[in-house]
Design a protein around this ligand. Structure first.
Ligand code: MRU
Length: 344
């Protein structure tokens, strides 16, 4: 598989992205040559998933800096347009800010910074996958695991490898996965369309279930651990992730099943004190009134469509990043090691 988000240096340069709307029917790349095209691709979930959004944000600034060289005010306006498309996933704004910090050094420096973010992504993801797999193995030592996951936290949600599903990939490599139960993840079916596609590519045994079957699978003893990613993690360990995660965590807490959130440091927002301070993106009503474009409710039905919910840190067995672990109400930071693409 190509990098989910990348830079194509041919011609005037453009962002390339695996078109996540087309999967699983078709694997295709899109070339996004303008900030307008990139903003639209982020809004319609051609590009989605927190680390992938961070990469797209940084590359969006690189695009703007090349198109409007000599007009830093215009570049900043374009950068803000990109950063504002999806408010919950903090990686998007962080990616934008990281690239923007090099604006004074010229368009090539901005692009180099964006490309450095992309290069680091896989190494970071592999490292957090190893750390999460070690922790999960310690918590659940007995047998190959039946894991439940929600939404898509695989390579498609990042530049490569993945976060939550990256930990599953690491566990599978260690022979520690019996089965993954993937929740379909209404309304946009990231679990059914993307996670199942990735699990097939990985050769990991899996079954798909409707979202409402997840809590009952936990209650019936069919799940040893819940592993997910996150879009923003507050200082107190509260984690925003795809809508439906909270219900799974409530069921898991009720039945003593560990929930582990796997996410990069760039998803941890220490400036946000608790989950109550996380802005939750609300999306279009038609996402709920239709399935794959087919109406399933009267067209004018009022809709509640939050893209994410917040799971209190107290319901999580752990949050694992490439460098730190949140457990029992506190963060423990590992001695820092340099992150390089070679470390992958
Ligand atoms: O609306 P999406 O598809 O961007 O939501 C993505 C998720 O909720 C993922 O679980 C999250 O980004 C973490 S995976 C890197």
């Amino acid at each position: 598989m190509d990098r989910t988000v990348d830079w194509d240096g041919s011609g005037e340069g453009a962002v390339t992205a695996v078109d996540q709307r087309a999967l699983p029917a078709e694997y295709r790349l899109r070339r996004l040559a303008t900030v307008d095209e990139l903003v639209a691709a982020i809004a319609d979930l051609t590009i989605r998933g927190a680390p992938a959004l961070g990469a797209a944000g940084a590359l969006g600034v690189a695009l703007a800096a090349r198109r409007h060289a000599g007009d830093p005010a215009r570049v900043r306006d374009e950068a803000e347009r990109v950063a504002a498309v999806r408010p919950t996933a903090v990686n998007l704004r962080r990616g934008v800010e990281r690239a923007l910090a090099r604006l004074g050094d010229g368009p090539d420096a901005v692009l180099a910074e964006a490309c450095a973010l992309l290069d680091e992504d896989e190494a970071i993801n592999r490292r957090m996958g190893r750390r999460a797999a070690d922790l999960i193995t310690a918590v659940c030592p007995d047998r190959p695991l039946r894991v439940l996951t929600h939404c898509n936290s695989g390579a498609l949600a990042a530049v490569a490898w993945g976060t939550g599903l990256g930990a599953v990939r690491e566990l599978a490599g260690r022979g520690r996965i019996a089965e993954v139960l993937a929740c379909e993840t209404r309304p946009l079916l990231q679990g059914a369309r993307l996670t199942v596609w990735e699990l097939r590519e990985m050769g990991v045994a899996h079954r798909l279930c409707v979202d409402s079957a997840g809590p009952s699978a936990i209650a019936r003893g069919l799940v040893d651990a819940v592993i997910v990613g996150a879009d923003r993690i507050a200082a107190n360990g509260d984690a925003a992730n795809k809508i439906g995660t909270y219900a799974l965590a409530c069921a898991a807490a009720r039945h003593g099943v560990p929930v582990v959130v796997v996410a990069p440091e760039s998803t941890v927002d220490h400036a946000t004190r608790s989950g109550a301070d996380i802005v939750i993106e609300e999306r279009a009503a038609d996402e709920v009134r239709t399935v794959a474009g087919v109406p399933t409710a009267p067209p004018d039905t009022p809709v509640y469509n939050p893209a994410f919910d917040v799971t209190p840190g107290a319901l999580l067995a752990a949050v694992v990043t490439e460098a730190a672990t949140f457990r029992d109400g506190a963060w423990t930071v590992e001695a820092p090691a340099p992150v390089t693409a070679e470390a992958a």
